[in-house]
Design a protein around this ligand. Structure first.
Ligand code: FES
Length: 83
């Protein structure tokens, strides 16, 4: 599968990595269920937020790299678009 071009308009892009985090790029505010703003850990790429999709991170909702050592919870086909 090839990656489509990014949208021409600015905004938020969420990239679903197979067996990895959701990569969030763009102007977002993350809050917990009580409305407290969550500050992402520093990233190598400015403005990039990695959200855990595997449930094994010790810093949820952020990815801490633990997905690299755990069994994937879902097969990659399950996140592919239908069709
Ligand atoms: S996706 Fe990276 S720790 Fe869960």
């Amino acid at each position: 599968m090839t990656a489509p071009d990014r949208p021409e308009h600015p905004g938020v892009t969420i990239t679903v990595k197979t067996w990895g985090p959701y990569l969030v790029q763009g102007p977002v505010t993350l809050m917990d269920t009580e409305g407290h703003i969550l500050t992402p850990p520093p990233a190598k790429t400015a403005g990039l937020v990695k959200l855990c999709s595997c449930g094994h991170s010790r810093t949820r909702p952020f990815c801490d790299g633990s997905h690299k050592t755990c069994t994937p919870p879902v097969p990659p086909e399950s996140i592919a678009p239908p069709g």
